[in-house]
Write a protein that binds this ligand. Structure first.
Ligand code: ADP
Ligand code: 5GP
Length: 221
């Protein structure tokens, strides 16, 4: 048996804003010494307790445009009126070091990462249990104005339709500990598929999170 470390994994999390993907991504990272959170660059202003270089690299529109010109982004997109981009260097460093890189990005960005690194990427779409719960979470977070909340809710159905059409896995984030366990199983299983240690229990739990297997009452219309 080879004792080689598992190869790197690009674990993409997408969701309509407010579903809980940032919460899940940070809890996953905290539980894994070998996981890194991909810190995107963005032109939007920090909100709440967000810190530059920790949650995002907060940059001016001019700096963002310069980074685009330099080819620094693996993908970038305009979301809710601001620009966001994944730094190519983050992907390269994580893969070279055999680490798990977690991406909290939208579906268009996630699909581009998957297209660029098809063998290294697993895409996970996070759903709140219902649209009403999504609205409660966005309001409960108390970080966005009424106008921003309305814009995010208006975009949610389209984001859900795109995620359900193309992603590998779906996690319904109802009870947080269950969602944590599912994400853990998906990561273990995806690493096993790429030469990491086999894990039967993880394979079983990951299988019930496969898109097409998860029951989605209320989200398909
Ligand atoms: P996103 O990154 O998808 O926009 P967040 O991680 O910021 O979402 O979560 C939105 C809000 O919902 C936060 O206040 C968070 O604490 C809360 N939240 C996340 N997961 C759950 C859950 N399973 N049950 C209840 N509240 C949750
Ligand atoms: P927020 O403003 O709530 O932090 O993020 C808004 C949306 O932008 C979320 O769907 C988030 O996942 C997405 N996002 C954050 N970083 C990136 C990125 O680098 N690329 C893309 N395509 N989307 C991103």
């Amino acid at each position: 048996m080879s004792s080689e470390a598992a190869p790197g994994l690009l674990l993409v999390l997408s969701a309509p804003s407010g579903a809980g993907k940032t919460t899940l991504a940070h809890r996953f990272r905290a539980a894994h010494a070998d996981a890194v959170f991909s810190i995107s660059a963005t032109t939007r202003a920090p909100r709440g307790a967000e810190r530059d270089g920790v949650d995002y690299h907060f940059v001016s529109p001019e700096r963002f445009a310069a980074l685009v010109g330099e080819g620094a982004f693996a993908e970038w997109a305009e979301v809710h009126g601001a620009r966001y981009g994944t730094l190519r260097a983050t992907v390269g460093e994580a893969l070279a070091a055999g680490r798990i890189a977690i991406f909290d990005i939208d579906v268009q960005g996630g699909s581009l990462i998957k297209a660029a690194w098809p063998r290294e990427t697993a895409t996970v779409f996070v759903l709140p249990p219902s649209m009403a719960e999504l609205e409660r979470r966005l309001r409960g977070r108390s970080t966005d104005s009424e106008e921003v909340i309305r814009r995010r809710l208006a975009g949610a159905r389209a984001e859900v339709a795109r995620g359900l059409a193309g992603y590998d896995y779906v996690i319904v984030n109802d009870v947080l500990a269950d969602a944590d366990a599912k994400l853990e199983a998906i990561a273990r299983h995806e690493r096993a598929l790429r030469g990491g240690p086999p894990d039967e229990a993880a394979a079983r739990l990951a299988a019930v999170c496969r898109r097409g297997v998860v029951p989605l009452a209320g989200w398909r219309e």
